[in-house]
Ligand binder design. Structure first.
Ligand SMILES: Nc1ncnc2c1ncn2[C@@H]1O[C@H](COP(=O)(O)OP(=O)(O)O)[C@@H](O)[C@H]1O
Ligand SMILES: N[C@@H](CCC(=O)OP(=O)(O)O)C(=O)O
Length: 367
C-alpha cells in the first residue's frame, strides 16, 4: 500500500470515555493502532484534545467559575499532564513524539504558517509523531481556532495529509443526535456538505467536547476542499485507525473534492499576489519546466521587488517571460544574498536556512 499521511484527531469525549478522567487504558489502545500504521510506513499526526479535562483531573476538580483565565490555567496544567501521558504511551512502542501548540494566528500569517509547516514536515521526515493541540494557555478568543475539529483540518492541510480521521464517541454523523433521537441512522458517505446536512449536526451536549458534530462538519468542509478525505468515526470501533487507512467502510466518509496539489495551486493563482519577481537562468528553466524540479538558489540570476517568506512571486525566464508562480521560502533580501550559490552554502551565506530550495515544486504552478 502507498504510504499515506494520516491525521488522527482525538476528541475529549473519546480520551475520557465520557468520564472526568483521561481513560489511559483506551488511550494506549489508540496509540497501539497509530503505532501499527507508523510501522507500516505511514506518517501519523495526532491532534489531541483533553488538556482542559486533564487539568481538572490533575487539580482535583476545583470549583471554578468558567472564566477565560480559569480555563487557560486548566489548559496549562492539563497540557503538561496530557503530553506526559502521550509520551509514556508512545514510548511503549519505541516512538518519539513532538509537541506543536498552535493558534489561529500561527496558521493565518504566511511566515508563521511556513515555519509551522517546516517543523511539522521535519518531525514527519524524522519519523517522530507530531502531537498537536491548540495553545489554549495563551490564546484568547481573537487568536483562537476555537475547537480542535477545525484545528485538525488546518493541521491536515499543513501536513499535506491524505486522510483526516475525527475520532469521537459516536459512530459518525447521524441523521440527528443519537443521544436524543434513538431512531437516528448513520450517514455512511457524504459527497457534498449542504445546508441540509449542516442542519442535522448538533452541538456537544456531554459538557466534555466543544462544538459537537457542527464543528466536525466545518472541519470536513475545509479539509475536503483542500483535497483531503475525512472520516468521522467512533474511537471505540475495534482497529478503527487501521481499517480507515485501508479504506474500509467505517463511520461517515467525506469525499475529497480535488487532489491536494490542485487545491494549493489554485490558492497560488487565486491568492494574494506580490509584485516580486525571481529571474532564472536557462538551466533552471529546464529543471523547473522540463523536469518538474524545485527552484534552487543556484539558478536565480536576479531578484526584483520586495517580498516576504511565504508570498506568491513570479518566476521569469531569461527572455522575460513569466514561466511560473510559486510560494517563496526565502525573502527577497535573503534570495539576493544566496542567488547563484549552491544550496549547501545557504547557511554560510545567511547564518541560518529554511532548507535547500527557494521554491518547492509542490508550491509552484507552471503557466
Ligand atoms: N447528527 C449527529 N450525529 C452524531 N452526533 C451528534 C449529532 N449531532 C450532535 N451530536 C453530538 O456530538 C457529540 C460529539 O461531539 P463532541 O462532544 O464535541 O465530541 P469530541 O470531544 O469528540 O469533539 C456526540 O456525543 C453527539 O451527542
Ligand atoms: N484544546 C482543548 C479542546 C478543544 C476541543 O475542541 O475539544 P473536543 O471537542 O473534545 O475536540 C483542550 O485540549 O482541552
Amino acid at each position: 500500500m502507498k504510504s499515506k499521511t494520516i491525521v488522527v484527531k482525538l476528541g475529549t469525549s473519546i480520551l475520557t470515555g465520557g468520564t472526568r478522567k483521561l481513560d489511559q487504558a483506551h488511550m494506549v489502545e489508540l496509540v497501539r493502532q497509530c503505532a501499527a500504521l507508523h510501522r507500516h510506513g505511514h506518517q501519523v499526526v495526532v491532534v489531541t484534545s483533553g488538556a482542559i479535562a486533564a487539568g481538572r483531573e490533575k487539580l482535583g476538580y476545583p470549583d471554578l467559575p468558567p472564566t477565560m483565565p480559569n480555563k487557560q490555567m486548566l489548559a496549562a496544567v492539563g497540557q503538561c499532564h496530557l503530553m506526559q501521558v502521550w509520551q509514556n504511551l508512545f514510548s511503549i512502542y519505541g516512538l518519539q513524539i513532538g509537541q506543536l501548540l498552535l493558534t489561529r494566528a500561527d496558521l493565518e500569517d504566511r511566515e508563521r504558517y511556513l515555519n509551522a509547516r517546516d517543523t511539522l514536515q521535519t518531525l514527519l521526515h524524522n519519523r517522530i509523531i507530531p502531537v498537536i493541540n491548540e495553545n489554549d494557555a495563551v490564546a484568547i478568543a481573537e487568536i483562537k481556532v476555537g475547537d480542535n475539529d477545525n484545528l485538525s483540518a488546518r493541521a491536515a492541510i499543513l501536513a499535506d495529509a491524505d486522510l483526516l480521521i475525527l475520532l469521537t464517541d459516536q459512530k459518525g454523523l447521524f441523521t440527528a443526535d443519537p443521544r436524543t433521537n434513538p431512531d437516528a441512522t448513520l450517514i455512511e458517505e457524504v459527497t457534498e456538505i449542504t445546508d441540509q446536512l449542516r442542519s442535522l449536526a448538533g452541538d456537544s451536549v456531554s459538557g466534555l467536547g466543544t462544538g459537537g458534530m457542527s464543528t466536525k462538519l466545518q472541519a470536513a468542509d475545509i479539509a475536503c476542499r483542500a483535497g483531503i478525505e475525512v472520516v468521522i468515526a467512533s474511537g471505540k470501533t475495534p482497529e478503527v485507525v487501521g481499517r480507515l487507512a485501508n479504506n474500509e467502510k467505517v463511520g461517515t466518509r467525506f469525499k475529497a473534492q480535488a487532489n491536494p496539489l490542485e487545491g494549493r495551486k489554485s490558492w497560488i493563482l487565486a491568492g494574494p499576489q506580490s509584485h516580486g519577481e525571481i529571474h532564472i537562468d536557462v538551466g533552471a528553466v529546464k529543471a523547473v519546466h522540463d523536469k518538474g524540479s524545485s527552484l534552487l538558489p543556484k539558478g536565480i540570476t536576479k531578484i526584483a521587488g520586495e517580498f516576504g517568506r511565504g508570498e506568491a512571486v513570479r518566476i521569469i525566464t531569461p527572455e522575460g517571460k513569466e514561466l511560473a508562480r510559486g510560494i517563496t521560502r526565502y525573502t527577497a533580501d535573503e534570495l539576493e544574498r544566496v542567488r547563484g550559490h549552491h544550496s549547501d552554502e545557504i547557511e554560510s551565506c545567511l547564518g541560518y536556512g529554511y532548507g535547500p530550495v527557494a521554491i518547492h515544486r509542490d508550491d509552484m504552478v507552471l503557466l
